[in-house]
Design a protein around this ligand. Structure first.
Ligand code: FAD
Length: 309
């Protein structure tokens, strides 16, 4: 049997997490194929074919796939799955939409956000916002799962796998893509940034995000993140939320400013290589996960730090 990786992309580039999913897929020690669905697949297929550990790239090319819905993609993947014992993707909003649907159509369980693969059907995954690590086993003949990208190294490039074309069924009726809107930013994307500066409720206003936090982020070429309390208060937009119900990040450096370190926030950043916390409460839980802690008023410490940088 073989393993099938479902890819996420923006039409031009494969998502960086795909290379990590390919590393995870090597645990089954069987051929790993990569599936790409898009309106133009040539560039994407070349990127996938270059990743070490890929046996074959399956491409579904159709104008209707430019903005494919999960329904359409599931209709493509389910017939392919007959040849695969494992269907796997990196954990993201995209795969959270798609793979449960694929699993349901295949009548198997779906395992989400797997942190470690112990053997062919046994996994470690987080529960209760990562406070409990559960070891779970699936007795299904076909394993359908998403893996946490930050737990697996990215596959290297330097090979050239073969490409095979997949027939595209008509798009199912019932749902259709209408529009999408992006926040444009000069900053690196939050999920992929090497440095993230995050602000919490203590910032107190949207102005503090732009006047206190942004200059520090500029110095460090960092993405800006926020706690849910800051987002709920309207200090920062929703797509900057880090945590269990936001974006999961694992940058080289994460600076938490005026964030208490609630478990739901920690879930989204505790895999960061180095965590710096600035909080005026020495007992704030964030200091338990911080490598460097500064007990200080952020409105004094951040301008000083920015000036020093
Ligand atoms: P607070 O907890 O209010 O902390 C503010 C901190 O700032 C305090 O530690 C305080 O000491 C410090 N402070 C105050 N003034 C200053 C100052 N002048 N200088 C320095 N420090 C100062 N939260 C998330 O972040 N992400 C999620 O994805 C998320 N998902 C959730 C899902 C569920 C189901 C639930 C129930 C909650 C979720 N939460 C999430 C909310 C989470 O529980 C916390 O409420 C939230 O993270 C708190 O945000 P905060 O740390 O900014 O605010």
């Amino acid at each position: 049997m073989r393993t099938l990786i479902i890819t996420e992309h923006d039409g031009q580039h494969l998502n960086a997490q795909v290379a990590r999913a390919i590393t995870a897929a090597q645990h089954w020690q069987q051929p790993v194929d990569v599936f790409i669905a898009a309106s133009h697949t040539e560039t994407l297929a070349a990127q996938a074919a270059a990743l070490q550990g890929v046996s074959q790239v399956l491409v579904a090319t159709d104008a209707a796939l430019q903005h494919a819905t999960a329904e359409h993609l599931a209709a493509l993947i389910v017939p392919l799955a007959a040849n695969y014992s494992v269907v796997l993707a990196a954990h993201s909003a995209f795969s959270k939409d798609l793979l449960p649907r694929v699993a349901a159509l295949l009548d198997v369980n779906m395992l989400s956000d797997v942190l470690e693969i112990l053997n062919a059907n046994t996994y470690v995954r987080g529960m209760y916002a990562g406070n409990v690590l559960a070891t779970v086993q699936s007795s299904d003949a076909k394993q359908v799962l998403t893996v946490r990208g930050s737990k697996f190294a990215a596959a290297a490039t330097g090979t050239s796998a073969a490409t095979q074309t997949v027939t595209v069924p008509a798009a199912p009726q019932g749902s259709r893509w209408v529009a999408e809107a992006f926040n444009t930013s000069e900053r690196p994307p939050l999920a992929a940034a090497k440095v993230v500066v995050s602000g919490g409720r203590a910032l107190g206003s949207a102005d503090a995000f732009t006047q206190v936090l942004a200059p520090l982020a500029d110095k460090l070429h960092a993405a800006i993140g926020a706690s849910r309390a800051a987002v709920d208060a309207g200090f920062a937009p929703n797509d900057l939320q880090v945590g269990q119900t936001g974006v999961v990040v694992a940058p080289e450096l994460y600076i938490a400013v005026g964030i208490s370190g609630a478990i739901q926030h920690a879930y989204g950043m505790k895999d960061s290589k180095v965590v710096v916390a600035i909080n005026q409460d020495p007992d704030a839980p964030i200091f338990k996960i911080a490598d460097y802690g500064l007990v200080a008023d952020l409105f004094e410490a951040i301008p000083q730090l920015t000036a020093a940088l």
